[in-house]
Design a protein around this ligand. Sequence first.
Ligand code: PEP
Length: 243
Amino acid sequence: MRPFIAGNWKMNNGPIRGKAFFEEIKEFPREKAQVVIFPPFPTLPQVKELAERKAIALGGQNLYWREKGAFTGEVSAEMLVEAGADFVLVGHSERRNIFGETDELINLKLKAALKWGLKPVLCVGEHLGEREEGRTMEKIKFQLDADLSGIDPHRLIIAYEPIWAIGTGKNATPDQAEEVHAFIKEYLGNIKVLYGGSVKPENAFSLMKQPHIDGVLVGGASLKPDSFYDIIMAGVKAFEEKG
Ligand code: PEP
């Protein structure tokens, strides 16, 4: 087993900065970690070769479910594949909350991604109020049921991202994350579940040391080659210790 370390660049690192990142990041032991970066669309094809040299796979941050046509501003699964993506984020909380994506739309996007051979990373997570009311598992179950309707969960990766922990500097404690990961695995079977929400070099090891945490989805700390490398190596160490 090796950790799965993903970096979501959000709307950062265009082609110029993106190339510099891949030139600068240190080599990690390839057989000991699976690493994916999700750059903005224009950066994707520009960094494909550089990423390959560093054994880093690429993914899209979003997609539209229709195959082509009059959908201004949208990108299809086939286009992502053509641009060099193997993975795609679906249902990130920023897509749900800022752009109003519904679970029905997310379900269609997952189906389109799978049809074109992309591996989706489906993001789920609760708002702070839902956690405080003790409704975390209920919310996660609701999202999984709706998003995965008609889909075999083994075909994708889940990222548990508590909304209150994204970009806030407040990460879930390893125990809080572990509890939700164990729940997701019990509910869906043994699939990969990543934790996301203010992951940094300082907390990455203790999170990935948890038995049901298979890796991390990192936002802010994935923008700098050094901090992202340190997170990869924290994962390598945690998985060596977990055995
Ligand atoms: C994310 O964008 O998925 C994320 C977890 O962001 P951050 O690490 O910055 O909280």
